[in-house]
Design a protein around this ligand. Structure first.
Ligand code: PHE
Length: 467
């Protein structure tokens, strides 16, 4: 059952580069920005517990499935699944799952770039000393002013998208590896510094309690959100990990590698939560503040500690870099696919795709200001509307894309990947790729991929539908 395919896009120098790339993809705005604010919106500990369960039982097994499909197929996710399905005498339609994931990744990139753009703006603000001695109200107002200005948002969004395109156009291996080696550890150190600051606020225990106090009555409300976020934060369900798997050297152990990535990602998210919530409480802010949470709380911290402006500057640089190393992994599956399919140059394919994402991202830019009243997916008294201006319920453009991708497309994609690896690929193929020596351990891992992860996704979907 040996496999001798080679990737036309290149292969990582070693398994460590895969770990670096996959961790770079996983650790991003999802950990530092989204996890804390979602925990706030969904009421704290119950959400965190659900999230951890989803990571361990569903997210990591699916990451494993994706990596092994990618490495076995050695092509873009769509073509990898197509060729493996044919080899396994199954339907080539399986590749539709990868196609859906590819589209989802581009949609995520569209809004991710806008939010990453905020951190670019904050780099400038910190550099200018805008936040020195700032109060909770002042920080809130500064954030409000930024999001109210479509031009300013467009500028940063464009810059970030350009940066993403540049790396992808040059090929991932050469571009990012060196900076990531330094940046990721530094990001973690600065998070610990922030954690240290939050210990001095006098509200540390309140933050801790909020994060870890389990209130069973709140489970139902956030269960699909927790599952969706587990996918988002691990970058699974869209083919990002799969395409990185395609560039992984044959000898590397997939199991240990994937586990390391999952653990690192979780550690960064929990540290970010522990650092942020005490600051929220100390400033008398609401933990349910939504997407602005990090951009309001962190300036308060940095504005009020020694060397805060400098540390703030460095911190937002690192957030931008973490976002950057994630955003490239959203573009890569589609770029690899269209390069394979059209034979066009990588540069040209990247330019077209990045432009499309940029354009869709403008919807998110406008959803924070002039387009805030454009609502989608409205369930009103008079029935369902896909779109309605100024509707009471419904979601704005940004929320809609976020909802569609995290809650629906990612879990569906992940489900398909797990079923494909678990039931369509032959057992020997999986065994050969995973190369887990111990039969019991292999049995356990295989069972997680085949049974536990798919059932986990289904349970959460049903729980949500019957809410
Ligand atoms: N995992 C990234 C983060 O947490 C986001 C991401 C999602 C990246 C999907 C790639 C694919 O920020």
């Amino acid at each position: 059952m040996a496999n001798d395919k080679v990737s036309i896009h290149g292969v990582w120098a070693s398994r460590w580069v895969f770990v670096l790339a996959a961790t770079g993809s996983a650790v991003g705005l999802g950990n530092i920005w989204k996890f804390p604010y979602m925990t706030g919106v969904y009421g704290g500990g119950a959400f965190v517990v659900m999230y951890l369960l989803c990571i361990a039982l569903v997210g990591v097994p699916i990451m494993l499935a994706e990596t092994l499909i990618g490495r076995r197929g050695r092509q873009s996710p769509v073509n990898a699944m197509k060729s493996l399905a044919i080899e396994a005498d199954s339907s080539r339609r399986w590749s539709l799952a990868a196609l859906m994931g590819m589209v989802a990744a581009l949609l995520i990139l569209s809004f991710y770039s806008v939010v990453a753009g905020w951190s670019l703006d904050y780099i400038l603000g910190m550099g200018r000393g805008d936040f020195a001695g700032i109060s909770g109200d002042g920080a809130g107002a500064a954030f409000g002013k930024l999001t109210a200005d479509p031009w300013r948002l467009t500028l940063w969004h464009s810059l970030f998208m350009l940066g993403t395109g540049l790396v992808i156009a040059r090929g991932v291996v050469a571009g990012l590896e060196r900076s990531l080696r330094i940046m990721m550890p530094l990001l973690f150190v600065l998070l610990l510094v922030l954690l240290g600051y939050s210990l001095t606020t006098g509200h540390f225990m309140q933050g801790f309690d909020f994060l870890f106090h389990f209130d069973p009555s709140k489970v139902q409300g956030g269960i699909l959100a927790a599952m969706g976020h587990a996918f988002f934060t691990l970058s699974v369900g869209v083919g990002s990990i799969m395409v990185y798997g395609a560039y992984m050297p044959k000898k590397a152990s997939i199991g240990a590698t994937v586990l390391a990535v999952g653990l690192l990602d979780t550690l960064v998210a929990l540290t970010a939560g522990l650092a942020l919530f005490p600051i929220v409480f100390a400033a008398g802010l609401e933990p349910g503040g939504g997407p602005g949470l990090m951009f309001v709380t962190l300036p308060i911290a940095f504005g009020n500690i020694a060397f805060g402006q400098l540390m703030g500057l460095v911190f937002f640089v690192l957030v931008a870099v973490a976002a950057w190393s994630s955003s490239i992994s959203m573009l890569e599956p589609a770029v690899a696919y269209f390069v394979e399919r059209s034979g066009q140059s990588r540069v040209r394919v990247t330019a077209v795709l990045a432009f499309i994402c940029w354009l869709i991202g403008m919807g998110t830019v406008l959803s924070f200001n002039v387009g805030a009243e454009a609502k989608f997916f409205v369930f009103g008294d008079d029935g369902f509307h896909l779109y309605q201006w100024g509707a009471e319920g419904g979601r704005n453009f940004f929320d809609s894309i976020d909802y569609l991708t995290s809650r629906i497309l990612l879990p569906l994609g992940g489900l398909a990947f797990a079923v494909f690896a678990g039931w369509v690929l032959k057992r020997e193929v999986v065994r050969d790729e995973l190369a887990i020596g111990h039969p019991l351990l292999f049995g356990l891992v295989y069972w997680l991929v085949r049974v536990v992860a798919p059932i986990g996704v289904l349970i959460v979907f049903v729980a949500e539908l019957t809410k």
